[in-house]
Design a protein around this ligand. Structure first.
Ligand code: DGL
Length: 269
């Protein structure tokens, strides 16, 4: 199985793309919606929660876990790969969303200036810049935290005029920096991609993770047949969450585009 983890239900935007483009594999989606959002939490807490989630997905038989959450990827991925995986599950793999986004941004940017928007924790971690510098040291990264966007999107206010004012404020400095590509470094932002494009300007290439992840995962599986051959292909999908929150059904419909049955699980062990 392929495990797909997010701090909540926003990762369903990415999961939707994976199901569409790579429908044959068995998947488990896990959203830690009892403890979402992660974006304003400390690094230690984000690491602990993400490790619990990954550990849970491995205990359910996943060979590969994708952190479909920018905050979890930024703060926890490299440390999990370094400290947790070799000791506990050396044959299994954990991947994130940052490296794929950065690879595409480098290809698409018309100059060597890349903007990143995300949660506070994502921006403070500097992870996008670190990953980008590994690929192209001459690229410049300009980041902007956008903490108000997740609650506005989760409230379903995608067309609200206030959102335009907020985007103007958040994107003003990136516009001045003349970025050639803008990475939407948060699960939720793909839902307001058109608005973001309007505000940042037509010539800036927008990198939205749900569009690029399926091809990147396909490529990874081709390059790693030792992992790929262990993943069953019966099209079985399990949806797991850590609580039934108030607006559960509205949120799953918003992010996945359909209603599905979730099992509630306890991962806090
Ligand atoms: N899933 C998170 C991300 O992509 C956004 C929600 C949160 O703050 O937990 O960064």
């Amino acid at each position: 199985m392929i495990g797909v983890f997010d701090s909540g239900l926003g990762g369903l935007t990415i999961f939707k793309g994976l199901l569409k483009e790579l429908p044959d594999y068995n998947y488990i989606y896990l959203g830690d919606n009892a403890r979402v959002p992660y974006g304003g939490r400390s690094d230690e807490i984000i690491y602990r929660y993400t490790k619990q989630a990954v550990d849970f997905l491995f205990s359910q038989g996943c060979q590969l876990v994708i952190l479909a959450c920018n905050t979890a990827t930024s703060v926890a991925l490299r440390r999990l790969q370094r400290e947790y995986l070799p000791l506990t599950y050396p044959q299994r793999r954990i991947l994130g969303v940052i490296r794929p986004a950065v690879e595409v941004a480098v290809e698409l940017s018309f100059n060597n200036r890349i903007g990143v928007i995300g949660t506070d924790a994502t921006v403070n971690s500097g992870a996008f810049e670190r990953e980008l510098k590994k690929i192209r040291s001459n690229f410049k990264v300009f980041q902007q935290a956008c903490p108000l966007l997740v609650p506005i999107i989760e409230a379903g206010e995608l067309k609200w005029r206030g959102l335009d004012l907020i985007l103007d404020k958040y994107l003003a400095s990136l516009k001045r920096k003349d970025v050639g590509a803008l990475i939407l470094g948060c699960t939720h932002y793909g839902l307001i991609k058109d608005k973001i494009q309007q505000h940042i300007g037509k010539k800036v290439r927008i990198i939205s993770e749900e569009e690029i992840l399926p091809a990147k995962l396909q490529d990874y599986l081709w390059r790693h047949p030792e992992i790929e051959k262990k993943i069953p292909r019966d099209r079985k999908i399990r949806y797991l969450a850590t609580s039934y929150s108030q607006r559960f059904t509205e949120l799953t419909s918003l992010f996945l585009g359909k209603k599905v049955e979730f099992e509630v699980v306890d991962i806090d062990k």
